[in-house]
Design a protein around this ligand. Sequence first.
Ligand code: DGJ
Length: 548
Amino acid sequence: MTYIEQPKNEWMYKVILFLAGFLCMNAAMAQSPALPRIERQHDNSHRLIVKGKPFLSLGGEVGNSTASDTAYMHAMWPRLKSMNLNTVLVPVYWELLEPQEGKFDFSLLDNMIAGARKNELRLVILWFGTWKNSMSCYVPAWVKKDEQRFPRAINGAGKHQEILSAFDPHILQADIKAFKALMQHIKKVDARQQTVLMVQVENEIGFLTDAREHSAKANQLFADPVPAELMTHLTQNKSSLMPEFAAVWEKNGAKTKGNWEEVFGAGLATDEMFQAWYYARFANEIAKAGKQVYRLPMLVNAALNYRNNKPGEYPSAGPLPHLMDIWKVAAPDIDMLSPDYYNPRFTHYSDLYVRGGNPFYIPEINFDSSTAIKAFAAFGKYKSMGFSPFAVESGSAANSAMLSNTYEMMKNLEPFLFNSQGSDGFLVDKTSKQTSPIGNYELTVAHDNTLGWNRESKDSVWAFGGGIIIVLAEDEFLIAGNGIVVTATSLQPGKTAGILQADQGKVVKGNWITTRRFNGDQTHQGRHIRLPLNQWTLQRVKLYSYTQ
Ligand code: DGJ
């Protein structure tokens, strides 16, 4: 028989126990570094922190069914890596995760984690659970076929939809069970390596055919008083509510109690708010349960209404700009409300989604010829934690090459960006110009074609120009991009801004290397900084002021 002899000296025994405990704790900490988290910055922007360091997610989302094809995925990872991505957004489908109730199959997920790791890529998991683009198409067959246990949403005409109801506890519990199993598995296989950074709860939640559900349960809750948390939020934050949301409330007299129609007035806007509250509650229950298992940052994404449709004609009640107040109060465990961009109003919607301290992250953007240029504005102006063209694996060769160029630049600029005195981003076309302050100067950014030097200048439509400025000092900045021309004005009275020096260069292992001095034709003999159209260039610029 073996036994451990107790030290005779009790004091020594305690020291040994303490040291053993300390070593174990250290070993545990070494195994599982702090989890990815979102950190608010002094300017109200946010950073994603991974293993203690800021992480700029240069992402892409795969097409909906791609992640169910292991052989295809196997070949895809190195391709995405070669496009300079560092993050891939991949779905986990409830129907394939839990094909039989209570029986889980993690093989697709395990393959994705292995493939991503092999190629030094990170993952954001998209939980295709109860809802995917409004519908319930990814729920398992045992859910789809059991209408008694898992009731469908009913529209205003009394018709059952292929959309599960947000008001039924059984569907919520079933989704929670599956989601917890997913988070448990990610924790088990990934807590140490942290290939999985974040999780999206459901996908583009939103009701269709009507602004809200009309089941007996939904109607009963609609007639009940507006939940106290929402009323308190309204009354305590009157001056900081999203204006389009406040307008509906104020138009009806800014009442402080009553049911939904009494407080907000009868109509589609109120129907949508009501539904949004319960969608957000549902999504929050999923996120909360998942975080109790494994606390990763979580987001929800929105299908934007950009055609001026009425609620119900577009997927209503999702995390849309005019419903941000409702989603924030009802879903405190969701970290980000995120826009999916499939419309031309990129800056309009980005301006809306950075409001109210919402951490900004772009999980989806249409992958076209403008996408790679928009990334500069996303990172520079909106301080997005990530950018992610949709169906990134099947973009055209030209669009993929452009994305790869932008991401390579952003990868190199990342250390400068995170240590800079600030940044701005630009997206310009034929009619737009942007200005940006840096120290004692104001920069004006216009499209390169405005010079009239390019063949394309005469075209009726111009491809976007764009770029990012990273401020190194009050008179010095890095500027990267494609198709812009920058002029500077001095803000000091009686002074004119001049270019002290402009260098073309590159970043090697985090260090700036000058390749060319640019003070002649390339700056039009000191008149402007130019990043020519269809080229990805990087310059380091110093300004000065001289007396007029
Ligand atoms: C947005 C959805 O979130 C994606 O899953 C996909 O359906 C795209 N739309 C298709 O355009």
